[in-house]
Ligand binder design. Structure first.
Ligand code: GLN
Length: 486
């Protein structure tokens, strides 16, 4: 855990170089099996570690993260480091600037970027199978997916390749891999964390967030990342709480809303049972429960996918081979060919599908019927949450309706894959914060995620509840075996 390592560095029991070397070795030993990383910055990480050990010896402040290794999803810009969104269209792209989260975590507070993690191309997917570099494998059982789209960020933390990682969540992409890989993942309130330097998929839904082995580490990262940023006009100027200080507060008298629609059809029995056990634990800590209702939950998937694909079609328009993106190598000379060949060859099939569907939904004549209608339903879903929060402090549910599925099982059935997001997407449509923490295993020994959804900017409370539940369940010291199932 980060907070323990920080203590050891402070007490001079461990050097930063030893820590970084340990994790690099672990990556070398395991990544041929899991494939969490698409790029490893070995030399740079080691030289930074050396410098930090020196600075520390000379009494210089090296920041709150003390040189701890961090893995960064391949769609967050790091200056002069390849950032490809796991797409062939961004092959060879080295951003000339840092994302704000990188400025805060690395430049200011001293974390060390150890590599870029695998993901579904442009964050479109729930399994990390849509990556131009090939899939990531679930470290609990290599025949299964790690979830997506931040699959490499989830698997790297679960298997102990890094201490913590960054992901992005548009419809569940932090919480889904957190759930499938058995780690903690937080999607902050929309506007809590700057998106400057995050390559957009659907910008009214995207948020960057941390993945870690325990809630305390997530709280630490959020504390540093969060807050107003003049470079992102959608960040909100609301004071950042001291998340790590309030983790142990009593939750006596807090009310948990149980949305009955989140526990219906399609939910696996093991998932339901473990989540219910988690709720019982929270009751034993003094929380009360109340049933809340989400009459519009059934419209979540069409609403989310219409909005996400429409925004994606517009955001990805810039990759034409001329302004942005790597041009096709097989051009015949016409201008039209530059655009169509570049986009046809360099985007993968899922990205092409979404661009086409999104463009259709935005086209004249269909705009009102699809896109505008989806925006209206989005408001109804938001209202469902606001009505629920009149009766409760947080909402609890499973993160995903099932545990991880097998590699290859859903990749040719996009609709079935989309339906997996039914419990995570509503949170993004409403812009709320949500945490996923491990709450047990199913009969196949695959992890199950417990979701805690908070009201706007109440990350404090969901981290507090998550931390107390994590302590009760005491699962967080377990590392994924990496060779399980093979
Ligand atoms: N699975 C969802 C999608 O494919 C969510 C992805 C995400 O959050 N980036 O759109």
């Amino acid at each position: 855990m980060a907070f323990e390592l920080i203590q050891k560095i402070k007490n001079k029991e461990l050097q930063i170089q030893e820590i970084v070397q340990f994790y690099l070795d672990r990556i070398k030993k395991t990544d041929n099996l899991i494939h969490s990383f698409v790029h490893i910055s070995e030399e740079k990480a080691l030289s930074e570690a050396k410098q930090k050990d020196k600075d520390l010896k000379n009494g210089k402040s090296i920041g709150k993260l003390y040189g701890l290794p961090l893995a960064v999803k391949d769609l967050i810009c790091i200056k002069n480091s390849p950032t490809t969104c796991c797409s062939k269209i961004l092959e060879g792209y080295y951003p000339p600037y840092n994302a704000t989260v990188i400025e805060r975590l690395i430049e200011k507070e001293g974390a060390i970027s150890i590599g870029r993690t695998n993901m579904d191309e442009f964050a479109m997917g729930s399994s990390t199978e849509n990556s131009c570099y090939g899939p990531t494998y679930n470290p609990w059982n290599l025949e299964y997916v790690p979830g997506g789209s931040s699959g490499g960020s989830g698997s790297s933390v679960a298997s102990g390749q890094v201490i913590f990682s960054l992901g992005s969540d548009t419809g569940g992409s932090i919480r889904c891999p957190a759930s499938y890989c058995g780690v903690v993942g937080l999607k902050p309130t929309y506007g809590r964390v700057s998106r400057y330097g995050l390559v957009s998929y659907a910008n009214s839904l995207d948020q960057i967030g941390p993945l870690s082995r325990c809630v305390r580490d997530c709280a630490l990262l959020l504390e540093i990342m969060a807050g107003f940023d003049p470079l992102d006009s959608t960040t909100v100027n609301v004071e950042v709480d001291n998340y790590t200080n309030e983790l142990d507060k009593s939750i006596e008298g807090k009310t948990l809303g149980i949305p009955k629609e989140f526990f219906s059809e399609g939910l696996e029995t093991d998932v339901k049972n473990k989540v219910n056990e988690g709720i019982k634990k929270l009751e034993s800590l003094g929380a009360r429960t109340v049933e809340v209702s989400f009459p519009h939950l059934e419209y979540t998937i069409p609403t989310y996918y219409l909005i996400a694909m429409s925004e994606a079609s517009s955001n990805l328009e810039r990759y034409d081979g001329l302004r942005y993106g790597k041009m096709s190598d097989n051009l015949d000379g016409s201008v039209f060919d530059v655009f169509s060949r570049t986009r046809g060859e360099r985007f993968g099939p899922e990205v092409r599908r979404r661009i086409i569907l999104g463009t259709y939904a935005l086209s004249a004549g269909y705009y009102d019927m699809f896109y505008i209608k989806a925006l209206k339903v989005r408001t109804l879903i938001k209202n469902d949450f606001q009505n629920a929060f009149k009766q409760c402090d947080v909402i609890v549910s499973p993160t995903m309706p099932t545990t991880a599925f097998k590699i290859g099982d859903l990749v040719d059935d996009p609709l079935q894959m989309y339906l997996m997001d039914v419990l995570t997407c509503p949170v993004n449509l409403a812009g709320l914060p949500a945490l996923s923490i491990p709450c047990g295993f199913d009969s196949k020994n695959l992890p199950i995620g417990f979701q805690i959804i908070g009201n706007y900017f109440e990350e404090n409370l969901i981290l507090n509840i998550g931390h107390l539940l994590e302590k009760e369940l005491n699962l967080y010291r377990k590392l994924a075996p990496v060779n399980g199932g093979k």
